[in-house]
Design a protein around this ligand. Structure first.
Ligand code: FES
Length: 134
């Protein structure tokens, strides 16, 4: 009997992949580009990108320096809850379900999540950040 209730939190959490613990690695659709307005250094904004199979995964896009940006999946690698955006510049992304925390670049700070968030190629192009599917 497979239960779908993986996060228990309900509310604002939106798992974007089926439960199962190991299915949280998204496969971006080749060629897809997502553009968001360039933010201030240290700022993180929400975006989303379409994956193979049509799933849309939420992203956290952070400008970590004058010329550096990072884009990570907000799908927690524990049980696929959506991690929160940082509450202050360059602070951790926190999972509301069981408390895992990640750096804005996706690196795992503390579990129970078993690994880092998935990352997506991102670059600054003029006044935009461009995130690509591959
Ligand atoms: S889903 Fe359990 S810590 Fe994120």
């Amino acid at each position: 009997m497979a239960a779908l209730a993986s996060c228990g939190g309900g509310g604002g959490s939106t798992p974007t992949t089926p439960s199962g613990g190991t299915s949280a690695t998204p496969t971006p659709t080749p060629g897809v580009e997502v553009r968001v307005p360039l933010m201030a250094v240290g700022e993180t904004v929400a975006a989303s990108i379409r994956l193979v199979g049509g799933l849309v995964t939420p992203l956290a896009v952070t400008r970590t320096g004058e010329t550096q940006v990072v884009a990570v999946s907000r799908v927690c690698t524990h049980e696929a809850c959506t991690v929160n955006l940082p509450t202050s510049p360059l602070a951790a992304l926190e999972c509301p379900c069981h408390g895992s925390r990640f750096q804005v670049g996706g690196q795992l700070v503390n579990g129970p999540a078993p690994r880092a968030l998935s990352t997506f190629p991102a670059r600054i192009a003029g006044n935009e950040v461009v995130i690509t599917g591959v």
